[in-house]
Design a protein around this ligand. Structure first.
Ligand SMILES: [Zn+2]
Length: 470
């Protein structure tokens, strides 16, 4: 064997074991005792976990004329430092652009910059895209996304949504949905602005949780009618979670995701006062994302949902915009503040520290939420998300005692603020291996641009038995 990792505690979604990991070329080829190889890595009794998979990212994306601060390169640097070795980014077609052309364009953007493995979800914007769904699996794309919010830009109507879920099922694809009622939000925004209500807090006030739960209810009903799988992205509220629970209890093949921002912040953060001269009252813009941050009780319900298996995935919706030069476009109109927050770098550490260390979230569940279920849902089973023979050797040496203070001064992404500034974390990635190669160790990167591989993903496998995977 090329490499053997010894003295580690291996954590998979279904349990912990103490075994050596044998690696040849890019794969794990053996798990056992007393393995020997040309090179030995001593894990010193620390955890070995599958490389994190972040299935919701927006790197190098233009939203409403604003280009995200992070491109694939800076996003991948952050991901690696945080223990994430694969991600799936959203590809947005321009109006009139085919899915085929869109995918080719994004492949081009990432190829020379990639440091970690990457896949793509395609966004459905118009009826003509449906004709292309039968070809997506041949291109390694097993998931698509629809928006029920963002009127006049990304939003599609109920009929097109229905047809998309129907056809996606027929062709082995998983439909993801941003569930918020965009029509009513649009009206509430216009009404607020007409009344001179322009500050960041009105972002939250114009997107009440009822418009999320009502939209989840609609989307889940469609999935249930069609007996089709559906993945609800970034669930943010207790009301939304209630709809998820009901749909799952009815037996709908429904999956739910939340993101760190909803676990740590509330709408009160939109009213924060900052220290940037001239922008003291605009600090809250840093926390603008959609759905918006909610209340304390929503946070508590989401943590409980993670523990109970009501929420299946924690990903980030990483979508970074600089505070001083981009968020400020909404200084006199909250609706013009670019929507999005960072997280690709902090996801694993936040969930480990505040979940495993502070809330008794089992390590196995941490691995299931950050790697194994994402791999299962998005067609990477057998390849990623587990430490097992035949899988890619994507391995993170996780030091539970590594102390880090999150800060804009030390993060690796390209952004002029850190959403989690000052958070003190115990736990972090000490060594990161991607397909058998160490790409990060003790704070040093050893990886070249173009290192990442396109994730050719297989068809969604129906699983009505949530318990088997949760
Ligand atoms: Zn998103």
């Amino acid at each position: 064997m090329d490499v053997v990792i010894k003295n580690g505690i291996l954590v998979n979604a279904d349990g912990k074991t103490e075994m050596d990991i044998g690696i040849e070329a890019e794969k794990i080829v053996a798990l056992g005792k007393n393995l020997s190889g040309r090179k030995t890595i001593d894990a010193n009794g620390k955890y070995l976990i599958p490389g994190g998979i972040d299935v919701h990212t927006h790197l190098e994306t233009v939203f409403g004329g604003n280009q995200t601060a992070d491109d694939f390169l800076s996003g991948h640097l952050g991901a690696i430092a945080g223990g994430t070795t694969s991600h799936i980014n959203f590809c947005f077609p321009n109006p009139g652009q085919s899915l085929h052309a869109t995918l080719a364009n994004w492949q081009q953007k990432v190829r020379s910059k990639s440091l970690i493995d990457y896949g793509f979800h395609l966004v459905i914007r118009e009826e003509s895209h449906l004709e292309e769904l039968p070809m997506l699996l041949e291109k390694g794309v097993s998931s698509i996304k629809c928006f029920l919010a963002y009127k006049d830009t990304l939003q599609i109507d109920e009929e097109l949504f229905f047809k998309t879920v129907e056809k996606a099922k027929e062709h082995g694809l998983l439909t993801m949905v941003h569930a918020e009622n965009g029509n009513i939000i649009d009206y509430l925004i216009k009404k607020a602005l007409a009344n001179q209500l322009i500050s960041p807090i009105f972002h939250a006030r114009t997107r009440p949780p009822e418009l999320e739960s009502q939209s989840i209810h609609f989307a889940a009903s469609v999935a249930s009618m069609l007996n089709a799988p559906l993945y609800i992205v970034h669930v943010s509220s207790i009301k939304g979670l209630e709809e998820i629970r009901r749909a799952k209890e009815r037996g709908t093949d429904l999956w739910a995701e939340t993101c760190p921002q909803y676990l740590f912040f509330t709408e009160a953060d939109l009213e924060r006062k900052g220290h940037t001269p001239g922008l003291e009252h605009f600090e809250g813009a840093k926390w603008i994302c959609s759905p918006p941050l909610r209340k304390q009780e929503d946070q508590m319900a989401l943590w409980e949902g993670l523990r109970l298996g009501l929420i299946d995935v924690v990903s980030t919706d990483h979508c970074s915009f600089h505070f001083s030069s981009q968020k400020t476009r909404g200084l006199s109109d909250f609706s013009k503040i670019p929507n999005g927050v960072p997280g690709i770098e902090e996801r694993m550490a936040l969930l480990f520290h505040y979940g495993c260390n502070q809330r008794n979230l089992p390590m196995e569940r941490f691995v299931s939420l950050t790697a194994e279920i994402p791999a299962f849902l998005f067609g990477l089973e057998g390849q990623k998300g587990r430490l097992a023979e035949g899988y890619d050797a994507d391995i993170v040496l996780w030091n539970p005692n590594k102390r880090q203070i999150l800060s804009v001064d030390s993060h690796h992404i390209q952004l002029d603020y850190n959403l989690y500034e000052g958070f003190t974390i115990e736990g972090g990635a000490e060594m990161v291996m991607l397909r058998g190669k160490i790409i990060y160790a003790n704070g040093q990167f050893s990886v070249e641009q173009g290192n990442g591989k396109y994730l050719f993903r297989s068809s969604y496998k129906h699983s009505l038995n949530h318990d088997a995977k949760s």
